[in-house]
Write a protein that binds this ligand. Structure first.
Ligand code: ZN
Ligand code: ZN
Length: 347
């Protein structure tokens, strides 16, 4: 089968590989129908993910059809349409039991697919712990609607959940890239009084204005003033930082009112400075880190009910043999791209 592969720093290529086999009784083999490219794939390509194994098939955002299951897989059966979770988790350790599946202590726990074990930019993928890692797609939900459930939408959902948003809050989201938009869609489910999205890219500001007319937008130069005016207490009650730059990290705590919650979901390429003397007395609560992707069923229900729709994010779709073109477009942010989808098998 064809598998898009991390060869070495700076180089991905299409390779011919044997079809994956069941290795453990909790494994499932999934025939990938639609996959996407995530900025984490680019981090691997740029050598910024040291634990990524050269030779691994990349891709961790995909949906497909169950082809084969191990003896202990009870949740899905061959023929089922499923979303695949970016995280592998055992469901039994302390962290899994508390919903912190990102910290699963299994050797393959956390982000393994498309990083440490073969991922989903391939015709087939082996998913370990399939009872946890796969979720059934309702019949009337399309591949496109379900594509981001296991990764960026799970991230937005988790970030929203830990941010403790209340109806009287002014919520600031920094960054209107794909993860920022997924976060916005989940924040909107909480119906806060005001939502402000800060973004420097004109295309992305336009995207927010066009699709989410009730949301306020701000460029970074103006966001402090806009947020101070929008909040009832001189700043944002909740800030979600999804932009991942030095400037956005600073804005995250600067725009927060005293005693606000600042949730940092962005992945930075270098350490950030937390200038504690400058924020002394502001008494902020910081929440940080990587998604606990264990709410996929709930997210799929919201999609099925028409409450969350991420399909406008798919600005471009390619065939599998055009995946290099898809990467090129996504990496260089050409043609107003938000997300690219890659059709691997027709449904
Ligand atoms: Zn990702
Ligand atoms: Zn676990």
């Amino acid at each position: 089968m064809k598998a898009f592969t991390y060869v070495k720093k700076g180089k991905f290529e299409m390779r011919e590989k044997p079809r994956p086999q069941l290795l453990e009784e909790q494994d499932a083999i999934v025939k990938v129908t639609l996959a996407s490219i995530c900025s984490s794939d680019l981090h691997i390509k740029h050598g910024a993910v040291p634990r990524a194994v050269p030779g691994v098939t990349v891709g961790h955002e995909m949906v497909g059809i169950v082809e084969e299951v191990g003896a202990a897989v009870t949740k899905v059966k061959p023929g089922d349409r499923v979303t695949v979770n970016v995280e592998t988790f055992c469901g039994k350790c302390f962290f899994c039991k508390n919903g912190y599946v990102n910290n699963c202590t299994d050797p393959n726990g956390g982000w393994a697919l498309g990083c440490r074990i073969d991922g989903g930019q391939a015709e087939y993928v082996r998913v370990p712990y399939a009872n946890q890692g796969l979720n059934l797609i309702p019949d009337f939900v399309s591949d496109e609607q379900a594509l981001f459930v296991g990764d960026i939408l799970a991230t937005g959902f988790w970030a929203t959940k830990i941010s403790e948003i209340k109806s009287e809050d002014a919520v600031l989201i920094l960054g209107a890239g794909p993860t920022g938009i997924c976060t916005l869609l989940c924040v909107m489910q909480k119906n806060p009084k005001k939502i402000i999205v800060c973004e420097k890219d004109e295309n992305r500001i336009r995207f927010v204005k066009e699709h989410y007319p009730g949301v306020f937008t701000a460029v970074p130069e103006m966001v402090k003033e806009i947020t101070a005016a929008a909040g009832d207490h001189g700043g944002a009650d909740v800030v979600l930082e999804a932009a991942g730059t030095e400037a956005s990290f600073r804005l995250a705590w600067e725009c927060a009112r005293p005693n606000a919650i600042v949730t940092v979901i962005a992945l930075y390429d270098k350490p950030q400075i937390l200038p504690l003397p400058d924020m002394y007395g502001k008494n902020l609560t910081f929440k940080t880190g990587g998604v606990d992707g264990c709410n996929c069923e709930e997210i799929l229900n919201l999609i099925a009910q028409g409450r969350i729709d991420t399909t406008p994010l798919i600005t471009h779709t390619f065939r599998f043999d055009e995946i290099e073109k898809a990467y090129e477009l996504f990496e260089k942010k050409k043609d107003g791209v938000m997300k690219t989808a890659v059709r691997i098998h027709a449904v």
